[in-house]
Design a protein around this ligand. Sequence first.
Ligand code: ADP
Length: 501
Amino acid sequence: MTQGMEGIVLAEKPLFLPIRPRVLHVAPEMAPLAKMGGLGDVVQALPKALRQTGVDCRVLLPAYPCVLGNIEKNQLPLTRLRSTVNVALRWRVYSAHVLRTVLDGVPVYLLEQPELFSNPSIYPMDLDEALALPFAFLSLAALELASSTRWHPQIYHVHDWPTSLLPAALRWHRHYRQMGLGVDTVLTLHNMAHHGILPEQSLEGLGFDPASFGVDGLEFYGQVNLLKGGLLASDAITTVSPRYSWEIQTLQGGMGLDGVLASCRGKIQGILNGLDYTVWSPETDPLLPAPYRVGDLSGKALCRKALLQACGWEENDRPLLVFVGRLVEQKGVDILLAAMEDLLSLGTRVLILGSGHPIYERALQEESRRYQDLLHVHAGYDETLAHLLYAGGDMLLMPSLFEPCGLSQLIALRYGTVPLVRAVGGLADTIIDVDGSPDGNGFLFSDYTPHELRRVVERALSHWRDREQWKIIVRHGMEQDFSWKHSAETYKALYLKLLGN
Ligand code: ADP
């Protein structure tokens, strides 16, 4: 039997509700230490908000070189724990030193294993047997961590496919399945587009019972599907918005796993992501040339000026449409490209900041050469420029094919930049169409076509011309509260429910 630091017996379910649930988030990203997208933002903000609700929440992360670099840059404390964590994988034992830092009050454990964690882009381009090892190690090392930290989680909270092997191990691993009786798991789905598909032989030498490679386990059309295993084995599944939780149970949204998800229906819950207003507030944002707030938008005008200057553009009254995001199919770059000429002909200027698929980057760059005075494309990842775009823009374009939650529209709302979005996932949960409600904060369109994108811009422009009404729309967005507080309370309630069951 294992004794938790707070004296709660862990080998069985406790008979009373713990006052302070102990939850370990296991993830490959956590902003600002390692960030590739929205998942990194969530793993930074949610544990912080959970601690404020009284949950003893901690994070486990690989010590990628960028993580260590960012710890130094941000002058965070760093200690090395005495004992190592060891995991048997592929007939050899891999060891990692455990480092500990604290970020925004959240204890963060880092696995120092340079052989496995050296990929500067965090996620492998192709998943094959060898490349599965880093995430298998991260997932299983999480279950060994307590031997080094002497802190025993009651709940493992994992994120997407990279850490899905953790709940799967608690169900099907020859060694770790005994642990499964004493702990609970939550799997949060940030994006169903990636499943972690591996060849069948990848499971060999990882310690899984061969029976786990079956239709009720990790098998998926003759291959290993890590996410499927995680979905089936975890005690609760959350999605990052309520709408996304039912979209993924449909044929189009499930990306092949709709049947599996339908069988898990009873344990799926959609909890909207929040936004960290300590980072994203125009009143206090140190990356803006001028601060502003809802009652006084003069600073926003200065930000707009600075943004136009950064593009080498003259100031004029053309509305500025901005796009910040990954240049991938999901973000609707196809219809954006197809509609570009039309959007510009409506009298707009478009500013794009993004990195992603080289085909999209090239196509956008070509368009920007055609329309030099009207379209500016900045290919790359640039945090400072992103802040300036959100502040200096008039409208945000987010024509996503699908969008599990989306942070960009929440940021745009707070920065007084009116979102024009496709009505999917978290976009549909957060944007209220101006033409459908007196509380409208943005504009929605449904069909994934360039024509519909043009139409939504036309609708927005008809309101833009009435500046007094536009100010009201801006105010609605800026005054809304999408902070993490409410979401964190909902996660806490879920943890308590799991521990109480
Ligand atoms: P996803 O997680 O699908 O990439 P989200 O909208 O949930 O999309 O989150 C994206 C986050 O990454 C936002 O904070 C956005 O501002 C930021 N971001 C995306 N692309 C860039 C970029 N090229 N430069 C700076 N920030 C970016």
